[in-house]
Design a protein around this ligand. Sequence first.
Ligand code: GAP
Length: 480
Amino acid sequence: MPEATDSELMGKLVSLCKRRGFIFQSSEIYGGINGFWDYGPLGVELKRNVKEYWWRCMTREREDVVELDASIILHPQVWAASGHTSTFSDPMVDCKKCQGRFRADQLEEEACLEKPSKSVAACDAEKTEPRAFNLMFKTWLGPVESEENAAWLRPETAQAIFAQFKNVLDVSRQKLPFGICQIGKAFRNEINPRNYTFRSREFEQMELEYFIKPDAVSAAGEPSSEGEGEAQSRPEDWGWKEWHRYWVDQRMAWYRNIGLPEQQLKLHWQTGDELAHYAQATVDIMYRFPFGWQELEGIAARGDFDLRQHQQHSGKSLEFFDADTRQKYLPQVIEPSAGVDRLVLALLCQAYGEEMIPNAQGKPERRIVMKFHPRMAPCKVGVFPLNKNRPPLVAKAKAIHDRLKDRYLTAFDLTGSIGKRYARHDEIGTPFGVTVDFDTVGDGESDHLKDTVTVRDRDTTQQTRVPIAELESWLAEKLA
Ligand code: GAP
């Protein structure tokens, strides 16, 4: 089959996401609202799988990371301290001809409003000088819309973690290094939301702030006995460079574990102007989307910038007391910060496939298949009675469905030919289809197949006969 071009692929994916209930335009019946998206039944499950797996790996399976769920609106001083009020902006230009507003650093990629085949950079209409546009959404607390009542929707989840550092430390009795993680909504008034959900105005982040000893306190500040420049071998001796590398490796492995292949991922080490004012180093994990290599996650070494700022602005000590050395100091921070919506989009792009497979008569037939990693697939199992007019088949299939549904999102599907049901589930990426046929209920030609079902593998379309008694453990192994 000819490969779809990248822009065709995005078109097909957007259409499938709507048709199958992954993603809808927000407020679609009113014409939509730019930069906002709603997740339909399957999208919710996919997103939930992403967040649950992140949560499991970042905190449940670790003893050194605890959780926070902070409010979306914080004290305005938080944003003054973090620098967001003064510096969280993108450069914006206006086109004097079409009145369009564009990000000054993306004119090559933005389409001209009058001639969308041209980029804004290629259009010779006069533009204004770039000016800073603050991306935070502003609102007012209480009934009076005045500057002293101004507040902002958080543009990242991170700052609440820094602001609550002391409280969490006191209750969790952690020693350094330890982390605080959070998943939650963030809001940015992007000048030009684009590439479907990739750059939205409302999105979710999964962030970890991992607090470590400053190099001067850990052995990293001392000359290494293994030779200059070599990594310290014991984690307790690591400095920020080793911890930064550690989290980059952890996060890359995590992406591979949810089905993003090595060749679709790369690291981008930020340099010069790209680095935020607070960062000692930042590595972006990039995924090759159909619209190009783009950032999924940033892993920043933030030094003690944030805690120092909040300490200064609040007048409250945020120092850590090290009982081993009897010293007080501000920890440094490594921050892996990922976007849920971007990752969901990457998983959708990665999963989408079109291929020819033989139909029931052995003739080649085109299918669309979403090859999600089983761990991420929204619906895990489809249960199908071969014939909906045969009560014993339906009853047996229903009993199997009822047992599996406690554990997995399981669909019970009666309608259409079995081929149509397989096709429907290929399109939503259900990894396994369980069919109850006449042999299952002892009404077929092969007595020895009584109490067995066929399990169809979505990717290979191979069918395996599995005893019903072993079905749960068979699936558990494949869906772990
Ligand atoms: N606390 C650090 C921080 O917020 P960031 O690079 O601005 O860093 C982290 O954001 C992640 O949040 C990005 O890698 C991306 O996945 C996601 N993200 C940022 N802006 C986004 C937007 N407008 N739409 C969707 N996701 C976004």
